[in-house]
Design a protein around this ligand. Structure first.
Ligand code: M6R
Length: 604
């Protein structure tokens, strides 16, 4: 996820920008850059990869007097992670940094190119600086040009611009992506996309509202709101705790990551959907030629996303799909045939067992694909093809947003294959793509829902076990719900196919057995309901999750009514994640670092 910093003042601008970017490293990035305007001269440095590369490039760059500067860490979406695509982007004599997406960038770019403007990058961001300079020629002053530019952008943004003709000013605008400005007794001004870069530097901060724009100089902070009305800054004191600042006000990284899912799924989708097809420019066009089966291999949560994928591949793409637990697969002399595409799935890209299965598949001469969240990880480097999930760095040991983005990628990939194999009609494909566009909304956490789950959680702190049950693609979600709960609450939980309970586990049913029942309205509702009724009749305590009221449940969590079961899947995913979180919080456990677990399992 991209990060923004900005500075205006007399201190060491380069150091302030670089250390600000360091504070944002945890969000994940693949290139970085800064631009500084000092003594009338605009200087810019960019580097691909980690910040040490940018530090190396700027080691002889001295900033020891009044200056304005902006910096950025970029997580590639439009265009590859290259220096040219890294921010800040240059016009003739101005630089811009930007987080978010400019939805109408293609139209603006076309118009600018018709006017003879040359673009250096493949990013949507670059249009902002060229549009600003185009407006400069027509407007009375820089601020008028900036305001006009902002009014011409559609989409989500937090952006800063500096320009050579106003060497004491930084322009800012915020709409849909977070940004704040801070100041202190020395009249320095600091910008960032989250609190942590400002801690220890700014005394008080103003969090911009959507639609805010304006400028800062040494003496002024001028803010206009979305209706272009001048508004007073609304300053508040800044926390002094960096770790809590990185959590953006959430109690735990896991909680923050649950809330982030809507945004990161939107990032996962960016540039990959058109009305009638899925676009994966990053994979070989011929990847599926001669492929009759897909084999998915992973561990833990990634295994659960793979299981959910097997339902989608067989249902939408009509291709045989099998799923393997990596630690089992590697020692069981598996049969590997060359008409199988071997896919490994991993948040970290470093899980030892999964990595080994990738090597086995390569030795056997299979085509390989990795679905991964960490660029340049061992698996990404090892596989022939890679799709990045774009979840941003996941800090909570209990995986949440990685799972959400993996399922999203698999859904897209199953449609990509469906198009190749013509297994869905054009209308069916369009419908599925429209559903995908609705996932960010389905994964927005509502305060009411969170409150309800918080209240209910107190009833689920004991008992002799939990069964999360679901049918079809809700079975892998049940497995994932149970894994989340056991990881962070240390309570025993199992995921089970609803229809399988009567073949054994139902013997455990009593009031101290908690059943968390996934009851989607649009997939096998009646069948699932009667499975739950069987458990209810045997006095198991039932917590049902559904959009349809269910009177056989002791507790009921109502999700929004959705038009398709895939949207219900994502709505229920949020519920099971929050339920685990709140149970763990009540039990007083360390949610982010549960006992005995590591984020990246690099040993067998
Ligand atoms: O990095 P990976 O996705 O390969 O990790 C696999 C598992 O170790 C991981 O999903 C683990 O199960 C998580 N703690 C789940 O929350």
């Amino acid at each position: 996820m991209c990060g923004i910093v900005g500075y205006l003042g007399n201190k060491n601008t380069k150091e302030i920008l670089l250390s600000g970017l360091k504070e944002l490293e945890y969000r994940g990035y693949d290139s970085a850059g800064i631009a500084v305007l000092q003594d009338g001269e605009l200087i810019n440095h960019k580097a691909v990869g980690k910040l040490v590369n940018l530090e190396e490039k700027t080691k002889n760059f001295v900033t020891d007097k009044f200056a304005v500067g902006i910096g950025h860490t970029r997580w590639a979406t439009h265009g590859k992670p290259t220096e040219l695509n890294a921010h800040p982007h240059l016009g003739e004599s101005s630089y811009v940094v930007h987080n978010g997406i400019i939805e109408n960038y293609a139209e603006l770019k076309q118009e600018l190119q018709n006017d003879g403007v040359k673009f250096l990058s493949q990013t949507d961001t670059e249009v902002i600086v060229h549009q600003f300079e185009k407006n400069l020629l027509k407007c009375n002053n820089e601020f008028e040009a900036f305001s006009k530019t902002i009014s011409e952008l559609n989409g989500a943004y937090a952006t800063l611009i500096i320009t050579a003709s106003l060497p004491d000013t930084i322009f800012f605008a915020k709409h849909g992506s977070p940004m704040l400005v801070g100041t202190n007794d020395e009249d320095e001004k600091f910008f960032a996309s989250s609190d942590s870069p400002l801690i220890g530097l700014a005394k008080e901060v103003n969090y911009f509202e959507d639609g805010d724009y304006g400028y800062v100089t040494k003496d002024e902070l001028v803010i206009f709101d979305k209706d272009s009305k001048k508004v007073k800054p609304n300053f508040s004191k800044l926390s002094t705790d960096k770790l809590s600042a990185q959590k953006d006000g959430y109690r735990f990284f896991m909680e923050k990551e649950i809330y982030e899912q809507s945004d990161v799924i939107a990032d996962t989708l960016i540039g990959r959907l058109s009305d009638e097809e899925i676009i994966f420019d990053e994979i070989d066009k011929n990847l599926f030629d001669g492929i009759n089966e897909i084999k998915l291999c992973a561990c833990g949560t990634s295994y659960h996303s793979a299981l959910s994928a097997s339902y989608m591949f067989e249902r939408y793409s009509k291709i045989r799909c099998s799923v393997e637990i990596a630690s089992e697969f590697r020692y069981r002399s598996p049969i590997m045939t060359k008409d199988t595409l071997f896919v490994v799935i991993s948040q970290s890209g470093e899980t030892a067992d999964t990595l080994e299965t990738l090597k086995m598949a390569k030795r056997a001469g299979l085509k390989t694909l990795v679905i991964c969240n960490v660029d340049n990880s061992s698996m990404v480097r090892g596989a022939d093809n890679c799709i990045l999930t774009r979840a941003g760095i996941e800090k909570g040991v209990a995986s949440t947003k990685a799972f959400a983005t993996q399922v999203t990628v698999f859904w897209m990939l199953s449609l990509y294959v469906a198009k190749l194999k013509k297994s869905l009609t054009t209308d069916e494909l369009k419908y599925q793509i429209q559903l995908l566009r609705e996932v960010p909304l389905a994964t927005k956490v509502s305060d009411d829902m969170h409150e309800r789950i918080k209240r209910l959680s107190k009833r689920y702190l004991h008992g002799h076990g939990f069964f999360f049950i679901g049918r079809d693609i809700f079975f892998p979600l049940a497995l994932e719900g149970a894994l989340k709960l056991k990881e962070i609450s240390y309570l025993h939980a199992e995921g089970y196919p609803s229809g399988e309970m009567k073949h054994g586990p139902i013997a455990l049913a009593d009031p101290e057995l908690f059943t968390i029942a996934l009851l989607p309205e649009h997939l096998l509702y009646e069948k699932s309901k009667s499975n739950v009724e069987e458990l209810s009749a045997r006095d198991s305590t039932i917590c049902a999750i559904s959009s349809l009221d269910f009177d056989k449940a002791d507790d009921f969590i109502k999700i929004n009514s959705c038009k398709d079961y895939m949207l219900e899947f994502f709505e229920m995913m949020i519920v099971v994640q929050l339920l685990s979180l709140e149970i763990s919080v009540r039990l007083g456990n360390d949610v982010d670092m549960p006992r005995n677990l590591a984020k990246s399992v690099t040993v067998e």
